[in-house]
Design a protein around this ligand. Structure first.
Ligand code: NAD
Length: 494
């Protein structure tokens, strides 16, 4: 069985690791490889390599850094097929969906290719007599990323291209369930001409995460994953003086107003709820049907859910693959069972789905629960699987109040034919990313991604301008070329 190792200082290595974890093919339910789990000493080795590399990379020219990014971008295009196959085999998502995350991740590399523009500072001439002021930003040093299983390449790409283009060196700890995509990325960076030690991959579990959080040589930590771990990472890493980005979980609502095109809304809701088997932080898990929209919407959703083809991700005719682990499959089944016990109507039941020839796979079918209420576990908990709950409300006001009372605030959407309702919705809803007739409003690379409330701990969203700010710090320089004598009073602008 293949062992997936680390990438430290430009070389594949097992460092001092002996512990391993199985890496599953979720479509078969079989372990296909094992991944090394780093010890704190392996994190030390990676940080030492990154610190050494920072001595020259932190001082490299903008053109040297962007040259590497342009080459890296071309290699991501060239290896799209390989990457998509790797992602699908460890995560389970269908190949087309894996390509989608590669493309969205590549857009961050394209943004990083323009880092010279993003890093431009300001200059103020003659702020006082013979005095000018300018500012500029410098990299932090060694920074680290800790990422979730559900986007094996896109979420790490939210972090390292911007960090590296801004002059930092990087230690990535990917999810131990999907380690192979980032290992290939490390090789592609090397092929693109990135000097050794600038990008390192340390595979591992909580032991590696804790070593990163405590490490005095790491200046900043970017984390994406579930809310409890985001809170833990934020607390521990800020306590050791690091900058922290910590993005957490979600429960995203899509409001469907009576003036919406119901067929259109149901189409998009179906894809947003069940695509990637519901394992997206921007998946729609709650549909909020306003007034008379409810019955028609549920009828169309029921028809569409029945049309979804579930099977292995590497078979082009499937729309939806398995979930990532047997535990995840059981959690989905239990959530639907509990929903029914608590009074929800099970309109479509995916619990018993079996895929012929893949009986051991972690498959579960799409489930649609109607008449969900805010008190039910199916509403409160992040199920992170192919379950769409429908809450019925009477008015847009009620829909907004429901969303605002939810502890999460990652993404939301409104389906409507009317600008007035859409405008009110986007102004009043307490959520970071909003779609108007767009179910999964993931911002483009040149904006920043981040939710509100328990979906983002601390205050830094990720990528785009916020990413550049996060991975750099500013200096403001006040300059005088003296032509007059110094005075003793506090300097003013005269
Ligand atoms: P997770 O929180 O279990 O794991 C994320 C990372 O933390 C992994 O690298 C893992 O090894 C590490 N980790 C897990 N348990 C830990 C512990 N006890 N101590 C220290 N480190 C630990 O998340 P996941 O299951 O991999 O991913 C799914 C979650 O991520 C969902 O909640 C989803 O909403 C969220 N997510 C959020 C966003 C966003 O942008 N807000 C994006 C993608 C995923």
């Amino acid at each position: 069985m293949k062992t997936i190792d680390h990438w430290i200082n430009g070389t594949a290595t097992s460092a001092g690791s002996t512990r391993t974890a199985p890496v599953y093919d979720p479509a078969e339910g079989q372990a296909r490889a094992r991944v090394l789990l780093a010890e704190p000493s392996d994190v030390d080795t990676a940080v030492a390599a990154a610190a050494k590399a920072f001595e020259s990379w932190g001082d490299s020219s903008l053109s040297q850094r962007t040259k590497v990014m342009f080459a890296f971008r071309e290699l991501l295009v060239k290896h799209e097929d390989d990457l998509a196959r790797i992602i699908s085999s460890e995560h389970g998502k269908v190949i087309d969906d894996a390509r989608g995350e590669i493309v969205r991740g590549r857009e961050i590399v394209e943004y990083a290719c323009g880092i010279a523009d993003a890093l431009k500072g300001g200059f103020s001439d003659q702020v006082s007599r013979d005095v000018d002021v300018h500012d500029f930003r410098q990299p932090l040093g060694v920074v680290a990323g800790i990422t979730p299983f559900n986007f094996p390449i896109m979420v790490p790409l939210w972090m390292h291209p911007i960090a590296i283009a801004a002059g930092n060196t990087f230690v990535l700890k990917p999810s131990e369930r999907v380690p192979s995509a980032s290992r290939l990325v490390a090789e592609l960076y090397a092929e693109a001409g990135l000097p050794e030690g600038v990008f390192n991959v340390v595979n591992g579990d909580k032991v590696a995460v804790d070593a990163i959080l405590e490490h005095p040589g790491i200046a900043a930590v970017s984390f994406v994953g579930s809310t409890p771990i985001a809170k833990y990472v934020h607390e521990r890493a800020t306590a050791t003086g690091k900058r922290v980005q910590a993005l957490g979980g979600a429960k995203n609502h899509a409001v469907v107003l009576p003036d919406a095109d119901l067929e259109y809304a149901a189409n998009h809701l179906t894809a947003a709820a069940f695509g990637s088997a519901g394992q997206r932080c921007m998946a729609i898990s709650i549909g909020v049907a306003v007034g008379p929209a409810g019955d028609g919407l549920v009828e169309i959703l029921k028809r569409k859910a029945a049309e979804i083809k579930v099977g292995p991700g590497d078979d082009d005719c499937n729309d939806m693959g398995p979930v990532v682990t047997e535990a995840a499959r059981q959690r989905v089944i239990d959530s639907v069972t509990l929903g029914a016990e608590q009074g929800a109507t099970v309109v479509v039941d995916g619990r018993d789905l079996r895929v012929a020839g893949h009986e051991g796979g972690f498959f579960v079918g799409p489930s649609l629960l109607d008449n969900v209420t805010a008190g039910m576990a199916a509403y409160r908990e992040e199920i992170f699987g192919p379950v769409l709950g429908i809450v019925r409300v009477a008015t847009l006001d009620e829909a907004i109040a429901l969303i605002n009372a939810n502890p999460y605030g990652n993404g939301t959407a409104v389906f409507t034919g009317g600008g007035e309702a859409a405008r009110r919705f986007q102004r009043e809803v307490k959520v970071g990313m909003i779609g108007v007739n767009v179910p999964i409003p993931v911002p483009m690379s040149y904006y920043s991604f981040g939710g509100w409330k328990d979906s983002l701990i601390g205050d830094s969203p990720i990528h785009g301008p916020a990413g550049v700010r996060f991975y750099t710090r500013a200096k403001v320089v006040t300059t005088r070329w003296p032509q007059s004598a110094a005075g003793f009073n506090f300097p003013t602008s005269s």
